[in-house]
Design a protein around this ligand. Structure first.
Ligand SMILES: CSCCC(=O)C(=O)COP(=O)(O)O
Ligand SMILES: [Mg+2]
Length: 221
């Protein structure tokens, strides 16, 4: 592999979109009534930042529309923590992605719209079918989200990350299922690959990105 570092997206790239839509989001929504009455100062401060009295309705609308809202994403991290710690949630990271993270010799970073807290929880509770969940956080060199680096569809966000990890853009590979994110990363000078996983959105006809169905393929580039 010729890259000096790899940046991975989460949803639709290292784990199925269905895990987020059918497990994480419903879990969060079930906890919203309790969340809005929480006395935890961090949660109260986040809720206050929405700037509305109709907090519960507002949250439900954001989740229904899958809005990548930074306040929502931070709240989700707090709520999912309970689910991971109780064992109710485990992250179905694809086996080839687990192996890639364990084997590859260059630094691997994560960049997701999910908060850094949510990312670390996910990689600390990977379901590999064994009794104990797999801990992959320690294999990852860093985590970026929309509060640390900006929106994933903005070129500047990738420039921010490249500067943070102190690499040349053209030596860094970004893998994502989202063509708009890949276009932004390409504009920033990064190399890119399109993750193709079961349940992902159909690939636009005119796309020119190299497709990856199994992370073993990345090692060959
Ligand atoms: C940390 S995983 C939570 C998933 C999530 O909330 C999300 O928005 C995923 O977006 P991604 O950028 O990983 O496609
Ligand atoms: Mg994605």
């Amino acid at each position: 592999m010729v890259y000096s570092a790899v940046i991975l997206d989460i949803e639709g790239t290292v784990c199925p979109i269905a895990f987020v839509k059918d497990t994480l989001f419903p879990y969060f929504l079930r906890k919203v009534p309790t969340l809005v009455t929480s006395q935890d100062p961090v949660v109260r401060s986040l809720l206050g930042q929405f700037g509305t009295e109709q907090v519960e309705n507002h949250i439900r609308k954001l989740v229904d529309r899958d809005v990548k809202d930074p306040i929502l994403k931070q709240l989700q991290g707090y709520v999912w923590e309970e689910g991971y710690k109780s064992g109710e949630i485990r992250a179905p990271v694809y086996n080839d992605a687990v192996k890639f993270i364990q084997d590859v010799q260059v630094p691997i970073y994560i960049y997701s719209s999910g908060s850094v807290k949510a990312q670390k929880l996910l990689f600390a509770h990977v379901d590999t079918g064994k009794a104990q969940p797999e801990e992959l956080c320690s294999k990852l060199s860093g985590f970026f989200d929309i509060t640390t680096s900006g929106r994933k569809t903005d070129k500047q966000s990738y420039l921010n990350i490249i500067s943070e990890i102190n690499r040349k853009a053209e030596t860094v590979l970004f893998v994502s299922d989202n063509v708009l994110e890949l276009e932004a990363a390409t504009k920033a000078g990064l190399r890119t690959m399109l993750a193709v996983r079961p349940g992902n959105a159909p690939i636009p006809k005119d796309t020119h990105f190299v497709e990856v169905r199994d992370f073993e393929q990345i090692k060959g580039f």
